[in-house]
Design a protein around this ligand. Sequence first.
Ligand code: SAH
Length: 532
Amino acid sequence: MTGETGRVYLVGAGPGDEGLLTKRGGELLKKAQVLLYDRLVDPRLLCRVSEDCERIFVGKDAGNHRVSQKQINELLVKKAREGRCVVRLKGGDPFVFGRGGEEVLALEKEGIPYEVVPGVTSAVAALAAAGIPVTHRNTARSFHVITAHTAKGAAKSGSLTGADGVEDAKGRFVPYGALEGTLVFLMGVGELPALVEQLLLGGKSKDTPAALVERGTTIRQRRINGTLETIVKRAGEYGVKPPAVFVVGEAAKFHLLSREWPLSGRRIGVTGTPAMAEKVADALKELGARVYAAPCLKIVPTKALEVRNPDYGEFSWLVFTSANGVEQFFEQLKAMGKDCRALAFCKFAVIGPGTGQALWHRGFRADYMPERYTVEALAEGTAALAGRGDRFLSLRSEKASCELTEIWERAGIACEDLGIYETAADDELADLLWRQMDVLDTLTFASASGVKAFLDAGERYRKDCGEDGGRQREIFALGGPFPQRLVCIGHKTEEALKEGLPGELWNRIRTAEEYTARGLVEACLGGKGGFL
Ligand code: SAH
């Protein structure tokens, strides 16, 4: 028992895209002590909870038996009774075919406080993300969201041809054939033939536009178009799988998606540390790309600064080679009980604009930044500025190269360097990235250690494929499911990638001309996307 009041938050996770989780939802994820989630939730959201949060999967998984609704209700009550902050995360909106109501009633009965946090429902968002307006003036004046999931005795194709005719109780979709407006069916993939048959019987014309949007708003989104006459066949051809929404009506004719962005239609995976990945992902989204950010590197502070505990008065220059270095340094300084006055007599040098900006955010302007953003240029440039008796302190990643101090030492400058942080692979995110590899046209890398985390995850993935066999193994035989473009921030990153990649794929590698987030983004421009 924590002594706190147990409570439950039913949070709508949105349709898939991380950006469509509400602000309130994001705050609650950080506070969660127990998280109950199901299959539709983007697994990257799960990485946002604290390390000690207990995560419980309560969804249906291929092969595994389903946790029953009753068991879920009991679990919510039990965890809340333990005095914990329980977040029940559900795809879309908790009350749109999410059985949220049943969970709330169970909590009410037990007198447990709860809050429902609405979510963006796939019933509307998956359509918009595919360019289908759910209503449109003079074309679609209403929309109807219908579950196609039928309990036992599901309507099966052909069930209407019996003696019972159209009025057969199993023909429950027939009346919807008379509705105007946009019909949106959820959970309809398995029922598609029966659904279509009954809508036609109910009066819809076979030429009525229809579409399926699979995994709307996510990197795997696909839109399959047709009419009531053709959609079943097309769904089969494309192998549409749940989750998908089935849309019927004139609105399904529209394609309201701009093709005017420099990266329209492109699907780009982004790796790196969280800060770097966010920066690159934001810039790519600004250019119209669909982005899958998988920051597969974590920043872990080392003890070097605490142990050395320098008197900054002894150093004339503090030199940073990454924005992460800046962030770590100031965080650690704070943790050691020091404020900015400790640095009052220091000058600052940074490797490039990103690092400079991070420093500026901490209240210091860089006194020096080289024209070329390389360690060599930084080392030489600062060496040229050194006066008599100057001491340099490099604050860097544990794994970074020693080039900086080597050049200084050769120039006879007194210097010291501290590896104040290191990066560690975030295996969970790297593994998730590999599952999206087949739909990406481009993948970006911001460091050699990021490449390593990615390649290691690839090995794990390859082993997994050995077990579930089939298609993935075929892809590997063809040279791996690597995207057409592999974009590296600089030559060290490129070398690391070449080490892990068969020589015939090296022509997919592009290296940024400028070793910055902007350089990476520019190297992504040009080329085409391919996914539907
Ligand atoms: N509460 C959810 C719906 C749960 S029912 C919501 O508000 O969105 C599950 C069904 O939702 C799936 O079978 C599918 O029809 C639909 N669905 C959920 N996420 C989807 C997505 N990203 N793209 C398309 N359909 C989705």
